[in-house]
Design a binder for this molecule. Sequence first.
Ligand code: F6R
Length: 335
Amino acid sequence: MKGWVAAFPRQWRDAMMIAEAIQVPRAYQKTAHLVVAGMGGSGMGGDLLQDLLRHDPRGPIIVNHTYDLPGWVGSSSVVGLVSYSGDTEETLAVYRAARSRKAKVFCITSGGRLAAMAARDRVPLALIPSGYPPRAALGYTFLSLVKVAQRLGWGPSLWRDAKETASRLERWAVSYERGRTARLMKSWARRWAGQPVLIMTTEDRRSVGLRWKNQWNENAKSLAYVVTLPEMDHNEVVGWGHSMRSHLRRWTLVCLRDRRDHSRIQMRFGITRAMWRKVGGQSYEVWSEGQSPMARAMSHIYFGDWLSVYLAEVGGVAATPVPPITWLKQQLSRP
Ligand code: F6R
């Protein structure tokens, strides 16, 4: 996994080149909304895109992480199916549902049944390089989605932001692998090893927290949960009662901070963290870097990816294989 994480800046540039070639039929362009369907590492690009397009006047983007589609999806919907392997049953079920509802469909995959079905049905298909664990191919899945969304009229500045992100990723890679930040991450990994992590982010940057959580789970084989401000201040904090103290003392809180957050959110981070200190274990802050929202989101994501790899090293676990996911898929594929 470490090799893929280290090579991520190169993947990002390669993904930009591949994505440039993606074309979308003219008939798709009038649609009012976009639904992105995908699971796990493949769904992540959709979650991130949804957050980045939250304020886009073009209309809503919905991310679908299950077998069926919302009732309103029909012939005026564009449905993007993302499955790295092309064999994930939830995504294949959504493909069939979208086709039967006459939605305008496109697929992003490295092969499998999804590629075969798209070829059979002459559905637009972005074929991305194979050989990666799906979660390590985020550059390919996310940037393909960005390009499709752009061709449909969403996010006019996203490609410029992707270019900024490309050059920043190259710089971050150096310091996250060998520099001062790498040393910091390794010392955090030693302190956090074996402890569950609570990731505190904001409602409009939920995808970043989700990526941290998923990388914690899959790379570090450890537990992590995401909570978002301001919503968590209306429920979660009550659960941090004194009866929970003995559990929470073993938890680590990580606050994902962004200088552009609403001033009231900035204030809530400070107050909520102080509440945690009274009952919980250690707490840390990670500030995003970069200019555009995409670069800032990717700075958090890339930081978390490295941290999860260092955590796996400290914990003595293999970061790449995910035996429980493989086992589950095998059980479910039994006739
Ligand atoms: C594995 C991973 C998983 C998969 C998920 C869906 O690296 O991240 O979360 O992404 O099981 O499979 P695909 O991506 O092949 O549709």
